[in-house]
Design a protein around this ligand. Structure first.
Ligand SMILES: Cc1cc2nc3c(=O)[nH]c(=O)nc-3n(C[C@H](O)[C@H](O)[C@H](O)COP(=O)(O)O)c2cc1C
Length: 340
């Protein structure tokens, strides 16, 4: 595609971004780290949305297997995501295996944009500021993910989505914008589309899906949580220091806050192993690892990522019917009920 936005390099590639986001139901399942299963990605993409594999902490062989597994089950578009706070060690393997869309977060991709385009895939970059959006556009990305401070998981932004999104939309010209952060139902999706987004990306809502790898107790905690249950914190920094994240309040967080939020090395229960996996893997109290379904122990003491939309999650749902219902409800809110 050749774009002619003023001052920006023109980019030539095989798979125009406009096409890659032009799905029946413009809802992206966010990359939700280790909780993003192949089954989840396939279910979302088959339902007319766009699923995302989270391949940052995956080796090349496993990344190729996951991309191949999704492609074997659907021809629909899906994403491989890489958090650029870490080396994207599996990017080449994911591209070689034929992933159609790559997204980056926590950094600008620079020369990686060319590598992805050369492989025929489209590039999205998650940003948390207008200036970040400007830089991502200058680098030739095909779409922007605009993350507001309401987001669950690691949070790049310090600005509410309803303020940031219109400013990023105004900056982006014809480049599509995906809105993310605190979105949980059809009315939320309709609102961001009214504000100029081409699609919505939901993370926490899909953690509480049947197909996610999240521990059942974590899913139940999301369903039970009120809208004021989340906090933006630096508490769970094991594995990824100096990166703000939004979580449900739990006993680990409350005890740390009650102790005066002491730094690493002086935190209450710092050496505790709170949960164990069947392969001998352990989760320590302040690790950044959310609880997956094969862990035993005090899983609710682990890091429970959640966005501010959590109060509107009322049940653990199958991803297929969830995507369809979300878009149906959004279409009704937008006054286009036939679209859902
Ligand atoms: C459990 C969990 C894990 C996440 N892991 C990633 C990740 O691996 N890469 C990434 O770019 N974003 C990750 N995110 C953030 C999402 O990309 C997205 O910005 C966020 O989920 C949107 O907010 P919401 O959760 O309120 O819908 C994660 C979010 C959650 C809840």
């Amino acid at each position: 595609m050749n774009r002619s936005l003023s001052g920006r390099p023109e980019v030539t590639r095989r798979d125009p971004a406009g096409d890659c986001l032009a799905v029946d139901r413009p809802i992206l399942q966010a990359p939700i780290g280790s909780l993003a299963s192949v089954d989840l990605v396939v279910a979302v993409s088959r339902a007319g949305g766009i699923g995302s594999l989270a391949l940052t902490w995956t080796d090349a062989a496993s990344a190729a297997r996951q991309v191949g597994a999704v492609k074997a089950l659907t021809n629909a578009p899906f994403v491989a995501n890489f958090v650029l706070a870490f080396e994207p060690i599996a990017l080449s393997a994911a591209l070689d295996a034929g992933v159609p869309i790559v997204t980056f977060s926590w950094g600008l991709p620079g020369p990686l944009v060319k590598s992805v385009h050369s492989a025929g895939a489209a590039v999205g970059v998650q940003v948390g500021t207008v200036d970040g959006a400007h830089r991502a556009l200058d680098e030739g990305c095909d779409f922007i993910i605009c993350q507001g401070v309401e987001a669950g998981g690691h949070v790049q932004s310090s600005t509410p989505l309803r303020i940031l999104l219109p400013a990023v939309v105004a900056k982006a010209g014809a480049v599509p914008i995906v809105a993310a952060g605190g979105l949980a139902d059809g009315a939320d999706i309709a609102e961001v589309i009214r504000l100029g987004a081409s699609a919505a990306m939901l993370g926490t809502r899909f953690v509480a899906s049947m197909e996610s790898h999240a521990h059942p107790a974590y899913k139940a905690a999301l369903v039970a949580a009120d809208s004021d249950a989340t906090v933006l914190t630096a508490c769970f920094d094991g594995g990824w220091p100096y990166a703000a994240h939004r979580v449900l309040r739990n006993s680990t967080l409350q005890n740390w806050e009650s102790a005066g939020c002491p730094p690493s090395g002086r935190r209450p229960g710092e050496a505790d192993v709170v949960a164990r996996g069947q392969r001998g893997d352990v989760v320590r109290r302040y690790d950044d690892m959310p609880p997956h379904s094969r862990l035993d122990g005090d899983v609710l003491d682990c890091c429970l990522y959640a966005g501010t939309g959590v109060g509107r999650i009322t049940a653990v749902r199958a991803a297929d019917s969830l995507v369809k219902e979300l878009w149906h409800d959004a279409s009704v809110c937008l006054g286009r009920p036939g679209n859902g």
